[in-house]
Each structure stands twice: as structure tokens, then as C-alpha cells.
Design a binder for this molecule. Structure first.
Ligand code: NPW
Ligand code: K
Length: 464
């Protein structure tokens, strides 16, 4: 339940359900403000805090946080450019009883922690200039910055900033449930660490969830290489990318890797079996559990022929890179497959399927999954997984060092390896995307794609 991701309308409905069940808005605000206040108290370590309170219930949370801090002896000042506009916020302000600076003050303090409670999910338009300037000036005068629910100026459902030059934060504390902006770029990049305060919201059916840490099993005691999963990687014109995918796949669980080579690869690792045969023939081996095609495939006629052979074999398949650019809707294309597009490949697939390509990334991925029947791993800084049945998983922010050439080949190799193990596209996509992020966390800074691939085994080990 705490992994669900809600729109503003769904959040309001969830809150209404709580209110209908007998909890008051004031009680919810108290719970949210105390939870957030505890985080701010820890960060402030007794040093001064400035809280910027807006006119709505996000501002109300701010007054509760300020009271929580003042009760614990923290020097706290509230900045309230606008009076409270809701009964709950007015009550929270009345209960605070400390220093409140009204309007837009000329002089602003320097201090340790700035808490942004100007606007939350009720933001409906860009911040006016005076409020924007106050927000920016207060943020700049404090060492640590905390956004409550959302950074002010960010649209909750889209993750789009409605103003330019908004502050960045060290911590964003979401209240009640995650919102889309917590996972969608560019907003997610502004938020720092993310924490969630539980205010008792129930499960909302059919909504997206945050991708969760999977629990993997070691091979069965009597396992052998075929039962663990034979993955066939169909290479093409540029063998390096397929070798890189194979290197990652080797560490993600499959028991046996076979490269159906196109161009002759150099430096074949000893543990990779290379087959120089037509993919159509090579894939007739009934022991092949899954196929990967795309990294280094090329986009010429030979590539199309190789892709058509893979489609004909009807095996669970990961379709990546060049294969996504030459793909067209056809019998056998889509169901049982995983497509792993980045933004450019997503747009190409939308053209291929005649989709308009409008809306949020998550909506575009869901539409593509429904149209194609494939599981879509829409990768990037805000990766997500969409299923043809409408299911949606949003990945937590991963290491920004993943923005390195070959990172996508590694991801495709990991997911394909999991597909060979699990034989289930949805499970493989979820496990693979998590493993990719976990491997990056272990690879540290400035890693190469090879370095990333070599961290997949320890990442997998941590999930057993
Ligand atoms: N409900 C609950 O049970 C709980 C809710 N909680 C908290 O409530 C928050 C949502 O509260 P909220 O709906 O009051 O929205 P919020 O973001 O504070 O401000 C809306 C006000 O701002 C105004 N306004 C909007 N944009 C503007 C702009 N650019 N410039 C100027 N004004 C602008 C808008 O006015 P209007 O658009 O009508 O003109 C309205 O008056 C949520 O994020 C969470 O923190 C928690 O306490 C848990 C319990
Ligand atoms: K805020």
C-alpha cells in the first residue's frame, strides 16, 4: 500500500475516504506534520529552521512542523506571505504561537534548514513573481532544504516545474502516498532523498506502484544449466554491444549463454558459446528459454532478416536498441516480448504502432504496451515498466552514473537473463530493472558499462 503512486485526484479521494471513516482533516494534518517534523528535527540537530507556509493545507502542515520543532526547543521562524485559506491551516497556525513573518519581508535570515510548505498538491498554476522570489531567496540562505509533499512550483501529476529556476532540495517528504512527480523527471531530480509519511491511506485499486526490491532464489539443489535457462543472444553487424549484453547476462542468473553471432566478434570470453549459424536454425534448439535481439544488430536488410527469424521462433524475447527501430507490428511481434526503449526508441515505436505519442511518459508506455501486447521497459533517468494489462511500475531514482554508453546493453542483457530464468516477461522486467539499479549502486562512481556488468553478480547476491 505504501508503494502506491497517486494522482492529485486519487490522493484527494483517499483522504476523503479517511475523513468519511471518521478522521478529521486536522488529525491528518497533525499526523503528517509530526512525521515530517521528526525528520526536520533530526536534520536541524538543534540549529535554526525557517518554514515557509502557503495559504493551503501544505502551509497547514508547515505550521504543525513549526510547532513540533518549537516544542523541542528548536529556534523556528515561520514566513507566511499569505494568510491561511483553509480551516485546518488556520487552526494549525493558531496552535503554533511562535514568530510569524507576514507578507514579503525585505530582510531574510541565514540559517541551517529551510522547510518549503508553500504549495503541495494543490498547486494549480505557476508561482507569482513575489512568492517565487521569496522561495528562492529563503532557499539560498539555508544550508539544507526540505520540501514537504512536493517542491513548490512542481506539478504533482506530471513532474513538470511550472516556474524556471526553482530551488533543489536535500530531502522531500511525501505525505500519505507517493505522487507521480516523485518519480518523473525533471522534478525527481530536484528532490534529493525521498521519504514517505504514512497517514493511513488505504490501497487504491489499479494505480501504479513503486518498483520494489525483488527476492530471488538460488538455483534449485538439483539444477542444471538448461533448467536454469538457456539465453540466446542474436548478434549483428556490431558485435561489441552483444558481447557487453552477454557479459551482463552471464551474471544475472541464466545458466547458459549462446551468442548467435552476426559479424565475427573479437575477444570472445571463454564462458560464452558462439554459434555461427542462421538464427532461424540456431533457435530451433528446443532448450532455448529466451532470446535477446537488438544490441549491435544494425538496421539493414540483414538485420531485418535476423529479426524476422527471432519473431518466427516464438520464444520469450527481449527486443532492444536497433531491433526497436526496425520493428513493425506483425503477427508474433509483441505478446511474450519485452521492449526496452529509450526516449527516441519509444517515439519510433509509437510511430510504428500509429500511436499519437502524447501525454506523460507513463501514459505513452501504457498505450504502447496495450497496442503491442509487449511489456514495455521505458528506460531513462525515470525508468518505468508498463504491462499490456495496464499495470505500471515506477523505478526509484537510480545512480546518475548510469548515463554512460553501453548502460542500455547491460540492462537488456540482465532482463534477458531473468527472462531465461523466470520465463515471465513482467517478472523479468521488474527483476532486471532493479538489478541494473542495484549493480549501479555497487559500481560506485564513473564506472564503465563493463564495470557495471561486473557488478551484476554481487547485486544479484544481495537479493537472495
Ligand atoms: N487534505 C488532507 O486531508 C491533507 C492534506 N495535506 C496537505 O495538503 C496539501 C494539499 O493542500 P491544498 O489542497 O490545500 O493545496 P496547497 O498546495 O497547500 O495550496 C492550495 C492553495 O494554493 C492556491 N494556489 C495554487 N496554486 C497557486 C499559485 N501558483 N499561486 C498562488 N496560489 C496558488 C490555491 O488557490 P486557488 O488555486 O483556488 O486559487 C489554494 O488556496 C498536500 O500537499 C499536503 O501537504 C496533509 O496535511 C495531509 C492531510
Ligand atoms: K511544498
Amino acid at each position: 500500500m505504501l508503494s502506491q503512486v497517486l494522482t492529485v485526484a486519487q490522493m484527494r479521494a483517499a483522504e476523503q475516504d479517511l475523513i468519511a471513516a471518521g478522521t478529521s482533516v486536522e488529525a491528518l494534518m497533525e499526523k503528517a506534520g509530526h512525521g515530517a517534523g521528526a525528520y526536520v528535527h533530526r536534520i536541524s540537530a538543534g540549529r535554526s529552521v525557517a518554514v515557509l507556509c502557503g495559504p493551503g493545507n501544505n502551509g497547514g502542515d508547515g505550521y504543525v512542523i513549526a510547532r513540533h520543532l518549537a516544542d523541542r526547543g528548536v529556534a523556528v521562524q515561520v514566513f507566511a506571505p499569505l494568510p491561511p485559506g483553509t480551516a485546518a491551516a488556520a487552526a494549525a497556525r493558531a496552535a503554533f504561537g511562535g514568530t510569524i513573518h507576514e507578507g514579503i519581508p525585505g530582510d531574510l535570515p541565514h540559517g541551517e534548514v529551510f522547510v518549503d510548505c508553500l504549495f503541495g498538491s494543490g498547486l494549480t498554476r505557476a508561482l507569482p513573481d513575489d512568492l517565487h522570489a521569496l522561495l528562492v531567496r529563503l532557499a539560498a540562505r539555508h544550508h539544507r532544504r526540505v520540501a514537504v509533499d512536493l517542491p513548490s512550483g512542481v506539478e504533482s501529476d506530471s513532474g513538470l516545474p511550472l516556474n524556471s529556476a526553482l530551488p533543489t532540495y536535500d530531502l522531500t517528504i511525501s505525505l500519505g502516498a507517493w505522487k507521480h512527480a516523485h518519480f518523473a523527471m525533471p522534478a525527481a531530480a530536484m528532490m534529493g532523498a525521498l521519504r514517505l509519511i504514512d497517514i493511513g491511506c488505504g490501497a487504491v485499486p489499479g494505480v501504479p506502484h513503486v518498483l520494489a526490491r525483488p527476492y530471488l532464489r538460488a538455483p534449485a539443489a538439483d539444477a542444471h544449466k538448461y533448467r536454469r535457462g538457456l539465453l540466446a543472444i542474436v548478434g549483428g553487424a556490431m558485435p561489441g554491444a552483444a558481447l557487453l549484453a552477454a557479459r551482463a547476462a552471464a551474471h544475472a542468473g541464466a545458466g547458459y549463454l549462446r551468442l548467435i553471432a552476426g559479424a565475427e566478434p573479437d575477444g570472445i570470453p571463454a564462458d560464452l558459446v558462439v554459434v555461427r549459424a542462421d538464427p532461424g536454425e540456431a533457435l530451433e534448439d528446443g532448450r532455448v528459454a529466451a532470446v535477446l535481439i537488438g544490441p549491435g544488430l544494425g538496421r539493414d536488410e540483414a538485420a531485418r532478416v535476423r529479426f524476422a527469424s527471432v519473431v518466427r521462433c516464438g520464444l520469450p524475447t527481449v527486443v532492444d536498441a536497433d531491433a526497436l527501430m526496425i520493428l513493425h507490428p506483425a503477427p508474433g511481434v509483441g505478446p511474450g516480448m519485452i521492449f526496452t526503449p529509450h526516449e527516441g526508441e519509444l517515439a519510433a515505436l509509437e510511430r510504428a504502432y500509429g500511436l499519437p505519442g502524447i501525454g506523460h511518459k507513463r501514459e505513452r508506455a501504457v498505450a504502447l504496451a496495450a497496442a503491442s501486447g509487449a511489456v514495455i521497459v521505458a528506460k531513462g533517468a525515470d525508468s518505468l515498466i508498463a504491462g499490456p494489462d495496464g499495470r505500471l511500475l515506477l523505478a526509484p531514482r537510480a545512480s546518475s552514473w548510469l548515463s554512460v554508453a553501453g548502460s542500455g546493453d547491460v540492462l537488456a542483457g540482465i532482463i534477458a537473463s531473468r527472462l531465461a530464468v523466470t520465463r515471465d516477461p513482467w517478472t523479468a522486467a521488474a527483476e532486471g530493472l532493479w538489478l541494473h539499479g542495484e549493480a549501479a549502486a555497487r559500481a560506485g562512481a564513473a564506472f564503465s558499462a563493463t564495470g557495471l556488468a561486473d557488478c551484476v553478480a554481487p547485486a544479484l547476491g544481495s537479493l537472495l
